[in-house]
Design a protein around this ligand. Structure first.
Ligand code: RET
Length: 267
């Protein structure tokens, strides 16, 4: 019974994966121009779309392998890559068919996926200990300030420098909370070693991995170089940052979930 049930879930997931892949290639065919061999930014949009689909199927299927308390974390990782995959199809179309930067799609994607990544932090800690909801809301406020700052700058509602500073302030607040605030303290006090090390790794992802985005913004808007080359730099930097922060971040959680589940099963 269980085996049949599991097989049918696997079959559905493979179905979802191929539907996404077909949709993605149809969207490509409908675009007025095709991907050019020297359009490296467009190629990166394409490659990452596919990697995001594969990661989604992987995270969802791997839920079967881990203990109950880790399943939600893997679900959330899969949702992050699924939502990003869909946005990448649209972003790729905008880029390939018009040559312009898909700012709106980018920020809609971030507005959904960054809070989901914040939920991941909260879940990792909650799998081990009781965490006050205030931690979660403070991380959320920092996220919103950071993204609104970035958007008003990139979309032209505010000059690029002040907008950048607002965005940086939101990010600084998130870093404060996870290093020196309550989230950091809870982790140091109550989490077992493997979770502590995962929490530390995730913390470095939010520091080093997330730092790539303001670098992208900087090269996109603040160097004064030509619009064409700065938009190439902006998109390629944001795209690489997403590989690290969405796929690699999910893999770290997957790794902890598997390790913790297997060691719990031995006891
Ligand atoms: C999956 C997408 C992720 C993890 C996106 C993260 C985005 C950021 C960390 C953006 C940060 C920015 C600043 C810190 C300054 C202002 C400009 C932003 C929005 C690019």
């Amino acid at each position: 019974m269980m085996a049949i049930y599991k097989r049918s879930i696997a079959a559905k997931l493979v179905g979802v994966g191929s539907a996404l892949a077909i949709w993605s290639s149809q969207a490509q065919a409908a675009a007025s121009s095709v991907l050019k061999p020297d359009d490296f930014v467009g190629i990166s949009f394409w490659l990452i779309s596919m990697a995001l689909i594969a990661s989604t199927v992987f995270f969802f299927l791997e839920r079967d392998r881990v203990a109950a308390k880790w399943k939600t974390s893997l679900t959330v990782s899969g949702l992050v890559t699924l939502i990003a995959a869909v946005h990448y199809f649209y972003m790729r179309d905008v880029w390939v068919s018009t040559g312009s930067t898909p700012t709106v799609f980018r920020y809609i994607d971030w507005l959904i996926t960054v809070p989901l990544l914040m939920i991941e932090f909260y879940l990792i800690l909650s799998a081990i200990t009781k965490v006050p909801a205030g931690v979660f809301w403070r991380l959320m406020i920092g996220t919103i300030v950071m993204l609104v700052g970035g958007y008003v700058g990139e979309a032209g509602y505010l000059s690029v420098w002040p907008a950048f500073i607002i965005g940086m302030a939101g990010w600084a607040y998130i870093l404060y909370e996870i290093f020196l605030g309550e989230a950091g303290k809870i982790n140091a006090q109550s989490a077992p070693p493997s979770v502590q090390s995962a929490f530390k790794t995730m913390r470095w992802i939010v520091t080093i991995g997330w730092a790539i985005y303001p670098v992208g913004y900087f090269f996109g808007y603040l160097t004064g170089s030509s619009p064409a080359s700065s938009m190439n730099a902006l998109n390629i930097i944001y795209n690489l940052a997403d590989v690290l922060n969405k796929i690699a971040f999910g893999l770290i959680i997957w790794q902890v979930a598997v390790t913790e589940s297997e060691s719990a099963a031995k006891h």
